[in-house]
Design a protein. Structure first.
Ligand SMILES: Cc1cc2nc3c(=O)[nH]c(=O)nc-3n(C[C@H](O)[C@H](O)[C@H](O)COP(=O)(O)OP(=O)(O)OC[C@H]3O[C@@H](n4cnc5c(N)ncnc54)[C@H](O)[C@@H]3O)c2cc1C
Ligand SMILES: Cc1ncc(C[n+]2csc(CCOP(=O)(O)OP(=O)(O)O)c2C)c(N)n1
Ligand SMILES: [Mg+2]
Lengths: 181, 631
């Protein structure tokens, strides 16, 4: 068992997210996180999928993703040098008594404080998952009021680029299609 | 697999259609696209949300619409049409209940990779999401049971979606595609030019040729094998690779076992053909698979009815798997060489270099297993000595199928329902040609038989078509008798009437101590039922009557016919690999000798009733058989 990070380029067609998430459920893949967003290409979105599994299972997911007509390209990012980031917004309770301590922790983690109120702070922190987990453990004693994470996103380093060349959007397609995900 | 552009071009030429802009409604564009895809028949059922398209159909007499009696029938007919020809079958239905009624047929087509396109009406664009009258999220419902589906969101994309739908349905690993079209889009008009450039889908590129290094690796394994066996599946006929398969097995002297859907991949009269493998396959075939040192799986997906217990499946063999769908490789069975590609292409790559190797010792062993199977055979020529298990004067389902095979010269297209009769067809009707057995394998859909047979006959009117159905499954879609009459479809229906949900009864006999809960049926008089539809019908209760009844109906060439074969109620399909058991741990019919011995033992036991029953013998599957050791 290991952590596998897959990146998938998908066409922005209605229901593409439903197709991918249905695949996880239908073939019982256990996914740790999934994040989706636009890319530099108008018609292409990129999904980053993290799963804890053996390699055979990850291969099986890649093959099944390829069966979806809207999936253009899939890559196993763990097999190449890549940069990996996760982001969290954490609302920590902090009164005037302990605010300093929380701020110090944030400094150490290069986290940013993006909102302050009388009894809490909202902290933005970016990094690999372990860093985020470590940070949340340390602020937990102060009281985490609520938090949200984006899920992992990742890119190959340098020349390791997901191939979508040869991709030509279909004539007049994207403009007419709403509800992209 | 048809090449997309040429098929469309040909259709354009034949229909004398031009490619200049004309003002058409969405509904007309649908019809226009159907024509260009070479569609001649649409199976369907009208309703509010699809009415504009039904109205447009009146302007397209080249598109023959068949009114079914239930939308399930429409999807099965489209499927039967597709399986009989390899062409895309088309079903049409309205929104809501019309669309949901298609679902069973779509799932059936999906499991067996059958190319159909379903067109459904949807509530108008503005009403989507409001729980409007007869609104259902049919693209959501069918997402896991279609190869792909579309909700058309504007008139501009309609023609392109239609073309993509047909392209996806028929290429690569075929499958069902659904196109959901809101009513307002069917009604809107536009300046329409049929797109002529080939369909390109960036995320969809079906593989063709196999990788050269893997072909080399496969040839090496073939060269090194002593006991090879080919497992031929549905993919052979879908790829039209039947000739290549015959050449491969002849050239390399490798016996061929068939999956249920592989029947027709090679002639069952071919000396290299062993017959069907799996749960109800020949014992000799399953032994051969378990004892082989090389499996060459061609266009089959190692279904659990084929492998039995995976942990002990063909343990001592190396394995080659050729499939067009990469996700099938190493899915159920890990293989040494996996080749992704179209079978026709890959087989030609192999054929170029495969060597002839005599495998006489291997064939001799298989012949020994076969001889043992023959001892246990119950279906024998009428004048030969009969197996003592055959009850005097009773008609057996298995015999009916064998006789049907004889009297139709093995030349009919047979379409089955699901159950015991389906397995008897698989065991006793030998197929020579591809697309000549049409049966629901993967989903095992009762009710498939009659509508699929109607679709098959309409697709190939020149072919004799028999629907072989059980008394249970027949009643699930028997309303389609009316469709067959209205369309004057000459399908011959053989009801194998055992008064039971026979296959389930068999499981209850083996595994639930003969508690026949909810499997006996009180049936209508099927002859009278047929007569109510104006269909000529006959009842057969003895073997001697089969020939005449079959020949009488074969001579009737207008409209459907029916024979009600009243057969032995508690017949068993032997051999049987219980679900999850090892493939060679089969429940067998006793040999005549074993049968007589057991009969004597039982008689003796009956005379001394107070004596404790003998302990059942240890763990072999046979020990799970109930007290009967039956027909
Ligand atoms: C009551 C009952 C009993 C059954 N008992 C048995 C039994 O005893 N034995 C048995 O065999 N089955 C049995 N079945 C059927 C079984 O469930 C499966 O449906 C069947 O084994 C599937 O056969 P297949 O793998 O050849 O076909 P499919 O499931 O259709 O698979 C075809 C494969 O071919 C591939 N393919 C398609 N096109 C191409 C191409 N151009 N090139 C390369 N590959 C291609 C596909 O990707 C797919 O992997 C039974 C079913 C029922 C209902
Ligand atoms: C729609 C559906 N429901 C239930 C089943 C489970 N099932 C498989 S075989 C069978 C019995 C079929 O009985 P019949 O049609 O009389 O055929 P027989 O086995 O008697 O030949 C049943 C209920 C099924 N395959 N399909
Ligand atoms: Mg029955």
């Amino acid at each position: 068992m290991a952590k596998h990070i897959l990146a998938a380029l998908v066409e922005n067609r209605p229901g593409v997210l439903a197709r991918v998430s249905n695949l996880f459920r239908r073939r019982s893949f256990n996914i740790d996180s999934l994040s989706v967003g636009r890319t530099q290409r108008e018609n292409i979105s990129r999904m980053t999928i993290v799963m804890e599994s053996d390699t055979a299972e990850a291969d099986r997911l890649v093959k099944n993703l390829y069966k979806l007509v809207d999936v253009v390209h899939v890559d196993h990012l763990h097999s190449q040098p890549s940069v990996v980031r996760d982001m969290a917004l954490v609302k920590v309770s902090a009164s005037s008594d302990n605010r300093r301590e929380v701020i110090q922790l944030c400094d150490i983690f290069r986290a940013r404080i993006i909102d302050v109120s009388a009894d809490s702070l909202v902290v933005e922190i970016t990094g690999e998952e372990e860093k985020l987990e470590h940070f949340t453990e340390l602020v937990r004693p102060f009281g985490i009021v609520e938090m949200v994470r984006t899920g992992v996103i990742a890119l190959g380093r340098g020349g390791h680029t997901l191939k979508d060349e040869g991709y030509k959007p279909n004539r007049g397609r994207s403009s007419s299609r709403r509800n992209v995900l | 697999m048809t090449d997309d552009t040429t098929a469309a071009d040909r259709a354009t030429e034949e229909a004398g259609m031009n490619t200049e802009a004309v003002v058409l409604t969405g509904a007309e564009i649908v019809c226009e696209c159907l024509l260009r895809e070479g569609v001649d028949i649409v199976f369907g059922y009208p309703g509010g949300a699809i009415l504009p398209t039904y109205d447009a159909l009146t302007k397209y007499p080249q598109l023959h619409h068949v009114l079914t009696r239930h939308e399930q029938g429409a999807s099965h007919m489209a499927d039967g049409y597709a399986r009989a020809t390899g062409k895309v079958g088309v079903a049409m239905a309205t929104s809501g209940p019309g669309a949901t009624n298609l679902v069973t047929g779509i799932a059936t087509a999906m499991m067996d990779s059958s190319p159909i396109v379903c067109i459904t009406g949807q509530v108008p664009t503005g009403a989507i999401g409001t729980d409007a009258f007869q609104e259902t999220d049919v693209t959501g419902i069918t997402l896991p049971i279609t190869k792909h589906n579309y909700l058309v969101t504007s008139l501009d994309e309609l023609a392109e979606v239609m073309r993509e739908a047909f392209h996806i349905a028929r290429t690569g690993r075929p499958g069902p595609v659904l196109v959901d079209i809101p009513k307002d889009i069917q009604n809107q008009s536009t300046n329409f030019v049929y797109p002529t450039e080939p369909v390109t889908l960036p995320g969809y590129k079906p593989p063709r040729v196999g990788r050269a290094d893997q072909v080399d690796a496969a040839l090496k394994l073939i060269r090194e094998s002593r006991r090879p066996i080919i497992l031929a599946g549905h993919g052979i006929s879908m790829s039209n690779a039947n000739r290549e398969l015959a050449q491969l097995c002849e050239r390399a002297q490798i016996p061929v076992a068939l999956t249920l859907l592989g029947k027709g991949a090679i002639s069952e009269q071919h000396p290299m053909c062993l017959g069907m493998m799996g749960m109800h396959g020949g014992a000799e075939v399953n032994h051969a698979i378990q004892q082989a040192d090389l499996l060459i799986a061609l266009g089959m997906r190692f279904d659990d009815r084929v492998t039995g217990n995976l942990a002990t499946y063909a343990r001592n063999s190396r394995k080659i798997h050729v499939d067009i769908d990469p996700s099938e490789i190493n899915k159920n069975v890990n293989v040494d060489v996996g080749i992704v590609g179209d079978l026709g292409e890959v087989l030609r790559q192999l054929l170029d270099r495969v060597e002839r190797r005599p495998n006489d010792a291997w064939f001799d062993r298989i012949a020994e297993w076969r001889a043992d199977s023959e001892l246990r055979e119950i279906v024998r020529p009428a004048d030969a000595p009969q197996h003592p298990a055959v009850p005097e004067g009773k008609l057996l389902g298995a015999q009916v199928i064998r006789d049907l095979f004889e009297f139709t010269g093995g030349n009919a297209v047979t379409v089955t329902d699901v159950g015991q009769h389906q397995m008897w067809e698989a065991q006793y009707y030998q197929h020579e040609r591809p697309h000549s057995l049409i049966t629901s394998g993967g989903l095992g859909t009762m009710g498939f038989g009659l509508p699929a047979a109607i679709g098959a006959k309409m697709a190939r009117p020149d072919q004799e078509v028999w629907a072989i159905v059980g008394d249970g499954g027949f009643q699930m879609t028997s309303m389609e008798l009316a469709t067959a009459v209205q369309e004057q479809v000459n399908v011959h229906i053989a009801v194998i009437n055992n008064g039971f949900l026979g296959m389930v009864r068999q499981w209850q006999e083996f595994f639930y101590e003969e508690r026949y809960n909810q499997t006996p049926m009180v049936n209508p008089d099927f002859c009278k039922l047929a007569e109510a539809y104006g269909i000529p019908a006959a009842r057969v209760t003895e073997r001697g009557e089969i020939e005449e009844a079959v020949n009488r109906n074969r001579a009737l060439t207008a409209g459907p016919t029916l024979i009600d074969f009243v057969v032995e109620k508690e017949e068993i399909v032997f051999p049987m690999v219980p679900a999850g058991a090892d493939l060679d741990d089969m429940i067998r019919r006793p040999t005549p000798e074993e049968f007589e011995r057991k009969r004597r033992e039982r008689a003796a036991a009956a005379e001394a009733p107070e004596e404790a029953a003998p302990e059942p013998e240890a763990p072999a599957a046979a020990a799970t058989v109930g007290t009967r050791f039956g027909v």
